[in-house]
Design a protein around this ligand. Structure first.
Ligand code: ZN
Length: 470
């Protein structure tokens, strides 16, 4: 009974959040309502209710209830039991991650008539596929036209989110063609609640769907495509306890699984780069999972456990993938290829590396003494089907080589559409190296310290490189 009471409390918080954000600026808004909203914001640390509305819509299913069960899933580390919520025939993990339909998931707590398919080996395979990346990094979708008719505002919102995903990550989100048999169906949740998505890729007979309620924002939909691309939540990282503190005492008992790491859940995962407070996949400090919503569920590890000041807590952004989100998706898309190489310049006998071995987007490329042990000096190529040239990915940062407006060679997010990120290694002949060419007759040119993309591909050793495979 305790749980029910607490759930009621958090539902109140959700309602408040929904009203605050949805009604702000809407026609017919009265001054009295505006005043009430201002009061809420003033009394709430970090404007939590208002700022975290998008987060709350992602997590709405957790509040709306359902049946708590133990699913038997395998994300690549063997079958594991994880706490899930079964609701309207779907299985939800950590709030907004869909593991499949109830008859496609095995349950550790199976009872007769409760949808256990242990005797159905074909379906067991479904759970084994969740961590699979989408073939060629192409997330194929189909928008349910009945749910989101042509010309409807929500359809435009979805397409806006897809454009952002395509512009900022290596995922290529494209509409289903006649020959595509495996695709993500984007539709409404049966009860109109929440924004959630299937995690990763699994071909039929598994059902891959993304469910978007009317109030899912562009940012929340980008977050859901992060799940579709294979990302967990940022606070589920194995190393998160070095950066944040989960304040379990203030978390509703039934919501505690939301704050578990993938390691605790026994899942195969990968901590990519370092913890990222700018990640679109992060939960906010203040949220409706709290017993007391005026207090945070998480604060920064560098602060005292009882320090809930603005400097020790955080809001979340739901604008676009951070640089590290995009880099993690690049890793997910391209995998971890065996064929990695140093790029050694012939004139200077030195190698390309992001300046200071930086993982930051936009870091310039330095020319430094070659070092086989330096992960930051390792690169690999990847080509999306249909692309004329390769992208060249840094193993350390998972960002791609690119030419900026000034012609400087930098690393940046890997996207497929921009010619400035696409290169071609072109051999100069027997016992010679290669040029690193771009469209328009441009070639990478190295000095003893840095590199540019010159407007010439003249045969000079400053434009000649060897790929030293590792
Ligand atoms: Zn999520």
């Amino acid at each position: 009974m305790r749980i029910s009471k607490l759930l009621t409390l958090s539902l109140t918080a959700l309602s408040l959040s929904t009203l605050t954000a949805c009604e702000a600026g809407s026609p017919g808004e009265t001054e009295a309502e505006t005043g009430a909203e201002a009061q809420v914001q003033a009394e709430t640390p970090d404007d939590a209710f208002d700022l975290d509305h998008e987060f709350m819509t992602e997590q709405a299913v957790a509040f709306a209830g359902g049946e708590a069960r133990e699913a038997l899933v395998d994300f690549g580390a063997g079958p594991q039991t994880v706490p899930v919520l079964v609701r309207n025939g779907w299985v939800y993990f950590q709030g907004d991650m869909l593991l499949g339909r109830v008859d496609e998931v095995r349950f550790a707590d199976a009872l007769p008539g409760k949808g256990d398919h242990a005797d159905h080996p074909g379906l067991e395979k479904a759970a084994l596929s969740h961590r699979n990346p989408w073939p060629n990094g192409e997330v194929v979708f189909q928008i349910d036209t009945l749910a989101f008719p042509l010309g409807s505002p929500m359809r435009a919102t979805i397409l806006q989110a897809i454009a952002s995903v395509n512009a900022t990550s290596m995922l290529k989100v494209r509409e289903k063609g006649a020959l595509d048999f495996a695709y993500l169906r984007i539709t409404r949740p049966a009860d109109g609640v929440g924004c959630n998505s299937f995690v990763g890729y699994a071909p039929p007979p598994v059902t891959m769907e993304m469910h978007l309620a009317q109030d899912c924002s562009v940012g929340s939909i980008i977050h859901e495509f992060g799940h579709a691309g294979g990302l967990f939540h940022e606070q589920a990282r194995a190393d998160r306890d070095t950066q944040i503190r989960v304040l379990t005492n203030n978390i509703i008992d039934a919501m505690e699984p939301q704050f578990q790491t993938y390691i605790v859940n026994g899942l195969a995962g990968l901590d990519f780069g370092s913890f990222d407070f700018g990640s679109i996949m992060l939960y906010p400090s203040f949220n409706g999972f709290a017993n007391d919503v005026a207090r945070p569920t998480m604060n920064k590890r560098s602060c005292a456990a009882n320090d809930f000041s603005a400097a020790c807590t955080w809001s979340v952004q739901r604008d676009a993938y951070s640089g590290k989100d995009a880099a993690a998706l690049s890793r997910q898309v391209t995998g971890d290829p065996l064929a990695k190489f140093k790029i050694r310049n012939v004139a200077h006998n030195q190698c390309l590396r992001p300046a200071g071995a930086s993982i930051a987007e936009g870091a310039t490329i330095s020319v430094v003494v070659c070092d086989s042990n330096s992960k930051a000096q390792r690169w690999y190529t990847w080509r999306r089907p249909g692309m004329a040239r390769d992208v060249i990915v840094n193993e350390n940062s998972r960002h791609c080589l690119a030419r900026n407006a000034a012609g400087t060679l930098i690393q940046t997010r890997c996207t497929s559409t921009d010619a400035a990120r696409q290169f071609q290694f072109v051999g100069l002949g027997l016992f010679r190296g290669e040029q690193l060419q771009q469209s328009g007759g441009r070639c990478v040119f190295a000095t003893s310290t840095d590199a540019t993309v010159s407007n010439s591909c003249a045969d000079t050793t400053s434009r000649e490189f060897t790929r030293d495979y590792l």
